[in-house]
Ligand binder design. Structure first.
Ligand SMILES: [Zn+2]
Length: 476
């Protein structure tokens, strides 16, 4: 009997000492890149494994039709007693696809990851991800039209992607423009794209199609760029009400410095942030044309400033800033009614920094119009508006030296010269004729009779009156 108690203690100790190692064994958390939907010839697959004890082994395979193709296996020395407690996550990138696994064919497949924890229990965790195998590369061909493009302007191209593709559009240099199915033409797509005012006229333009396995097809098409010489002007800040402007935009003096320093900060940092917000509104676009005919300018207004005017700002004779003005400044009498340039949906109707009280109307397929410096809103976000409907009143909110409307058009987030969209001939030749469709086809809500009878707005260059000399004082 004397020996039974120490024996029991001994047995308990034998069980208890390794118990923490045994029972704290943790299953590995496995993540396979959730954006991976398709693998092709050679597709990198990103895998993350998390286990405080680390992994003794990891194997990755691709399975199809009950067969298994190894992608990789990783082994580490086994640990039983001195188990790691804070092993960092293991990031693995393996290649999957036809090239490393020649028997793979188009269709469904599964990526399977198995990981064994590096501790006494050596638990196996498993994770699988469904993917499509796509092997045929995308192909693309563009229309045979001649595309004459104004620097700072808009153009439309029709193209046909084929093979296995998931994204297609237009590339202009580094900028990408989305595409949409061409109404009434199955298999064909179109993009409205901008040739930004600040691009070199030699910038390459192409249509492209990609699939997520990394394959890209590109095709050029006939383009001719007409370079534009934009105006330059100098604005002495002494002629602007700098204090009123900066205090209105920054009433709590959150921006440090003198009024001129605050002005320059707003004109740079805030302008950039506001333009980024504007560009992101492109994602709030309808996938149909909401508009009909050409866009309305604010008639009988004075053009005080044009698209892509280069402005140098001076203070006490010294240059303190330089910015490009990406819109038209149109002035009438104070608090003039502002008409919607065309039918659409309001996607912004609130303050937007330098643009003050600002409205953005979406016209569909990435095309939007902007109205800045308003004194009053007559619509709210989400409202559907009609061409010529009064949406607000002109004002001088934001960075405006006087009462006027700042008007701009945007194509997939890029600000473009509105002159083209104001011109009924341009709209007909460059956009509508390429849709090969009447307006009633592209917009079931639009009455074709209205389009036919519509009095075309005079081209903007003629409609608004010549700029007055005092214009310089009003700019923004
Ligand atoms: Zn302006």
């Amino acid at each position: 009997m004397k020996f039974i108690l120490p024996l029991l203690v001994g047995i308990l100790l034998l069980i208890a000492v390794p118990a923490p190692f045994f029972f704290t064994s943790t299953n590995t958390a496995i993540t396979v890149d959730p954006s991976l939907k398709v693998i092709g010839n050679m597709t990198p697959v990103h895998i993350r494994l998390e286990n405080p004890h680390g992994e003794r082994s990891v194997t990755v395979t691709v399975e199809q039709d009950g067969k298994s193709y190894p992608a990789t296996s990783v082994n580490a020395p086994a640990k039983y007693i001195r188990v790691e407690k804070n092993a960092p996550p293991l990031e693995l990138t393996v290649n999957a696809g036809k090239q490393p696994m020649p028997a793979l064919h188009e269709g469904k497949a599964r990526i399977v990851v198995r990981a064994v924890s590096n501790d006494m229990r050596a638990m196996t965790a498993m994770k699988s991800a469904e993917v499509d195998v796509l092997l045929a590369p995308p192909r693309i061909s563009a229309d045979g039209a001649q595309h004459y493009i104004n620097q700072g302007g808009t153009e439309m191209v029709v193209f046909t992607p084929s093979g296995s593709w998931t994204e297609a559009g237009v590339k202009v240099g580094d900028q990408t423009f989305r595409s949409y199915p061409l109404p009434g033409h199955p298999g064909q797509y179109f993009s409205l794209f901008a040739f930004s005012w600040n691009l070199n006229p030699d910038t390459p333009i192409s249509v492209y199609a990609t699939n997520p396995s990394g394959a890209v097809a590109k095709a050029g098409f006939f383009t001719k760029i007409f370079p534009k010489k934009f105006r330059t002007s100098t604005i002495p800040l002494e002629t602007m009400h700098v204090e009123r402007i900066v205090d209105q935009i920054d009433p709590q003096h959150k921006i440090p410095g003198s009024d001129v320093e605050r002005f320059v900060y707003i004109n740079n940092v805030m302008r950039q942030a506001n333009n980024k917000t504007l560009a992101e509104l492109r994602l709030q676009t309808e996938q149909k044309f909401l508009w009909t005919g050409s866009f309305l300018p604010m008639v009988d207004s004075t053009v005080e400033s044009r698209f892509a005017d280069d402005r140098t700002y001076t203070w006490q004779g010294r240059k303190v800033d330089e910015q490009t003005h990406l819109g038209f400044d149109l002035a009438k009498v104070m608090h003039s009614p502002v008409p919607a340039a065309n039918d659409g949906r309001v996607v912004w109707a609130e303050d937007l920094g330098i643009y003050g009280n600002c409205i953005v109307i979406d016209h569909g397929f990435g095309l939007q119009s902007l109205y800045g410096h308003l004194s009053q809103f007559l619509v709210k976000k989400g409202d559907m508006v009609k061409k010529a409907q009064i949406i607000g009143m002109t004002g001088s909110t934001g960075m405006a030296g006087g009462d006027h409307l700042h008007f701009s058009m945007l194509v997939d987030g890029v600000q473009v010269n509105a002159v083209e969209w104001w011109d009924p001939h341009w709209v007909k030749d460059r956009i509508l004729s390429r849709m090969d469709a009447t307006l009633s086809d592209v917009n079931p809500d639009a009455a074709p009779a209205k389009t036919a009878k519509e009095k075309p707005a005079a081209p903007a260059a003629k409609a608004p009156r010549k700029a007055a000399k005092k214009a310089r004082k009003r700019k923004a």
